[in-house]
Design a protein around this ligand. Structure first.
Ligand SMILES: [Mg+2]
Length: 281
């Protein structure tokens, strides 16, 4: 039986601008051997095509339907579970709007709704055209009125969905507020707790397995985060190969209780390749 590999990106395939040596080649060899390779990322700002370009340059096996980012998983989940949602207020970057539009949802960007609120003196529900859902991720242009528009819609009955709740994300010179920071502002303003799609919740992993018509319990998650990748894998009953190429050190791993421990640990691409070869036998 071919393996189902759900592969995290930052800290596994690359680290910021730099590739993690050898990992793309290991994944290419596994894909050539017939394994399913699907990428899973909590990043809420980009469109799938951006990853296809980058991963292809690195020599990793990839097609558009095998990139399940938090925005893509959100769009697929809405399509599958809430087909009645036709219009969404999106608090986020361009990639989020595009992913939602790709599954046929009409997207009102929070920036547009906020402009109307300011100009026309109307509330967020009227400014956004009464959307059935509010989806929030990282919005680098977040303003007070965008939060107000989202909170108005949620208080008016729109479903509240978060791409993920990462508190921060790393950039070259430190940390920036993540989707979780923005989601929390809307949560406090609306009084409603969102449904969360991304890791450590199980829904992104489920959508990634479904993308290749397989069951998430068969998956091997390859990730570098204990509180994200490992937690999400455990939540869907998948095994994890924890990579020490990103945010987690061997010492930090010692603090994970036995019951939640990863299936295997790999310090580099060579160790990853050896573990996968054993599993595929
Ligand atoms: Mg990572």
């Amino acid at each position: 039986m071919s393996l189902l590999l759900l592969v995290d990106l930052d800290g596994v395939v690359y680290r910021g601008d730099d590739p993690v040596p050898g990992v793309a080649a290991v994944l290419m060899a596994r894909a050539n051997a017939g394994d399913d390779v699907v990428y899973v990322t909590n990043n809420s700002m980009h469109y799938r095509a951006d990853y296809v370009t980058r991963l292809t340059e690195l020599g990793a096996p990839v097609t558009q339907d095998r990139v399940i980012s938090a925005p893509r998983a959100t769009a697929l989940w809405l399509q599958e579970h809430h087909p009645e949602v036709r219009r969404v207020l999106a608090v986020g970057a361009g990639g989020l709007d595009r992913e939602l539009r790709d599954v046929g949802i009409e997207v009102v960007n929070a920036g547009f709704a906020a402009d109307r609120m300011g100009r026309e003196g109307i509330d967020g529900v009227a400014a956004a055209g009464a959307p059935q859902a509010v989806v929030a991720g990282v919005d680098p242009q977040l303003t007070y009125l965008r939060i107000a528009a989202a909170a108005d819609c949620i208080r008016g009955g729109a479903r509240f969905i978060a791409t993920n709740r990462d508190p921060v994300y790393p950039v070259e010179r430190g940390l920036r507020p993540g989707a979780g920071s923005i989601v929390s502002a809307i949560e406090v303003a609306s009084g409603v707790t969102p449904l969360v799609i991304g890791k450590p919740e199980p829904l992104l992993m489920e959508q990634a397995a479904h993308a290749v018509r397989r069951d998430p319990t068969e998956a091997i998650v390859i990730g570098d985060g204990i509180g994200t990748d490992l937690a999400a894998a455990n939540a869907v009953g998948a095994r994890t190969i924890l990579m020490l190429t990103g945010v987690t050190s061997r010492e930090a791993l010692g603090a994970v209780p036995e019951s939640d421990a990863p299936f295997a640990v790999a310090a580099d691409a060579a160790e990853l390749a050896a573990i996968l070869e054993r599993l595929a036998r």
